[in-house]
Design a protein around this ligand. Sequence first.
Ligand code: ATP
Length: 238
Amino acid sequence: MNVLETKGLVINRIGIPVVRDLNLIARAGEISVLLGANGAGKTTLLEGISGVCPVASGTILVAGNDVGKLKPGQRALSGIAHVEQGRTIFGTMTTEENLKVGMHEDSSLDEVYELFPELLARRDVASMMLSGGEQQMVVIGRALVGRPRVILIDEMSAGLAPVVVSRLMKGVRRLADQGLAVVLVEQFANLALEIGDRAYVMRRGSIVYEGDCATLMQDPEKLHHLYLGDLGEAETAA
Ligand code: ATP
């Protein structure tokens, strides 16, 4: 089922289009991996979907409903969770207090502790004392207890050791296996392709490749060319 669908999305930054006529689908139970070089427009796309950044034109559907005119808070209520870059936690609040911010009444913290048991022992610790990986778990856990349909995750691995990133990736895979739609923006392309289902590569505001993660992972040279733009024209795999 298509949980999130963008059609012909255009987003400008200081009057210049940085997302152009963009179509993307995120399905329940799947991780859609969004790759691309710095400045390709990935963060802007996620910000446009969640409402942080205004959209110039195009449609954003969540479970078939057009949410493009809603404010960010209303979009969150419609089922969009956005884990932004930079691990925004409330440093003096404990792990548990952070997790309770924006918690849906039908949610329980048990689901977070089941996903990331590491946090259970750290529940009463001020979150500024947590490691970078634990802080990222808190931010993802906080998104989860808002009961989203789709979770947009931007560069969760920034500044973390590969072993920690692998641990987080396993958690994200589990979220999708539980039925969530996930859109994952990631610089560690191989780790993301390993756990992902659908791959999108973005260049200069447009999708230049769409296909299975497994297929793309088997062709690192192609991935390299897609990032750098050596292939020229946009292409789409079946
Ligand atoms: P990165 O991996 O570096 O975050 P990205 O693919 O997420 O790259 P964006 O951050 O969305 O790309 O940036 C797309 C373009 O928009 C870039 O040219 C960037 O300089 C520009 N841009 C991003 N944020 C702003 C802003 N707040 N104001 C003006 N221009 C911006």
